[in-house]
Design a protein around this ligand. Sequence first.
Ligand SMILES: Cc1cc2nc3c(=O)[nH]c(=O)nc-3n(C[C@H](O)[C@H](O)[C@H](O)COP(=O)(O)OP(=O)(O)OC[C@H]3O[C@@H](n4cnc5c(N)ncnc54)[C@H](O)[C@@H]3O)c2cc1C
Length: 524
Amino acid sequence: MRSYDAIVIGAGHNGLAAAVHLATRGWKIAVVEQAAEPGGAVKTREVTLPGFRHDLLAMNLSLFAGSPFFASYKDALFKHGLGLAGASDCFATAFPDGSWLGVSRDLAATTRRIAAQSVRDAESWTSMAEAFAKDAPHILALFASPMPSFALARTLWKAWRARGTTWLGDLARLVLASPRGFLDGHFESDKLKVMMSAWGMHLDFSPDIAGGALFPFLESMANQTFGMVLGRGGADRMIKALTACFTALGGELMLSRAVERIETREGRAGGVRLADGEALEARRAVIANVHPRLVFGKLLAGEPRRCAFDRRIAAFRAGPGTMMIHLALSDLPAWSASEELRRFAYVHLAPSFEAMGAAYAQAMAGLLPREPVLIVGQPTAVDPSRAPPGKHVLWVQVRVLPGVIRGDAAGVITAACWDEAKEAYADRVIALVERYAPGLTARILGRAVLSPLDLERENPNLIGGDSLSGSHHLDQNFIFRPAFGWSRYKTPVRGLYMIGASTWPGAGVGAGSGFMLAKMLAGA
Ligand SMILES: Cc1cc2nc3c(=O)[nH]c(=O)nc-3n(C[C@H](O)[C@H](O)[C@H](O)COP(=O)(O)OP(=O)(O)OC[C@H]3O[C@@H](n4cnc5c(N)ncnc54)[C@H](O)[C@@H]3O)c2cc1C
């Protein structure tokens, strides 16, 4: 039987980050991936036409570029082929009245646009961005600390020494606030508030959900301060660099090899059995970069002493589903609000608190939203190398959708399964983008649609097409992710650890859980 110090199940970026760190510390590691290519939710493929490279799922690598893992391994990653492309015009919202508002790295450009709405808000934005420059190290350190931990307590203590009690109190309020509550307290322009609030919809926070203010605040300020980062040539540049780094360290990457069972002996995880029957031994750890509901519902045999824990994991809620529409275009959309929008990495079509709230409520009720909330990504505006000269790709993420369809809020689509409904719903999405960018349809050279069901087929961690691998509402975040008492990657099975988007610090490509666990196992 082949034997390793640790087996990582799943070649998501967290699994690969853990594998790189442990291999660097001399551990013999195998990463076992069920799909034919590594990356999980980070893949780039020519899904429309030859020469058009689409980020199939994640596109924005800012979390990775700002992560402690990147800080530690960037030299090795660049040596193994990592390439990044920075966006200076980061995100914007187009409004139905023909206006728009957007955030560029150039603070003067952003504040000029905000001042046209409200001079007072432009001043508040500037003060918020200046304060963020000082606060960012304290806030980002919280996300880089195991939850809970002495490191976390130390980070909070240092923040308290540097910034004081009131600042900590304000941070706690920000963590608990809804987007609307927080934004109403700081700004007066509805358009500015709506533009920032759209970031809550990247997770599962419509404007009135408690706990949803933090992400809009962080993304708005981080984009203003640092810009946005994409992979040069595609997000898969990051995965290719991670795998090259890992295999250069002697690690073994096994593709198209699904783990069917985690083997235990006397209550301890000792290895895995693959779908083709091969058994692999893990002497020190089995690390599952797999959704906990799959780990404890499928990969492990039942165990009566674990049943209370298993029940809690079975109740770990998915977030709403998502859909990806990839377009090969003869030209970027002709945004009627402004030619300038063609430069932006993201254009949000999420025009009001009401529109975001309605789409969210409809999706959660099982209905296809009448008017979807869209994130329109324009990667070739930043990195033209992803398409043939003069041509473009468009990355359209539909936030938020039901995993299982119970009906259509518009009363038009009758299909109740995603395979039948997806093209009709994609037509609704394209028609909506057309309203803001007339002539889009005539520019489409090719189109590929991935429904929530297709996303789950692509990566089983995306249950019901949930891009977050578990809702991020307050009762499933921080010390509650994925279950209270188990937020530090250990599980009730000795030697078995969980990492990935379902664990702290949650979804996104920050490699946080993989790196934090690997440091704990390796002793640094
Ligand atoms: C449509 C979409 C858009 C997104 N956009 C962004 C974005 O722009 N920026 C951002 O920061 N985040 C984004 N995210 C979120 C982010 O991509 C994910 O949170 C992150 O990639 C999750 O990484 P992970 O390491 O937890 O594992 P995953 O990426 O989920 O990978 C886990 C791997 O485990 C494998 N696996 C599962 N079960 C088994 C098994 N039994 N045997 C073997 N292998 C198995 C899977 O095949 C998969 O490859 C997006 C997600 C989606 C779905």
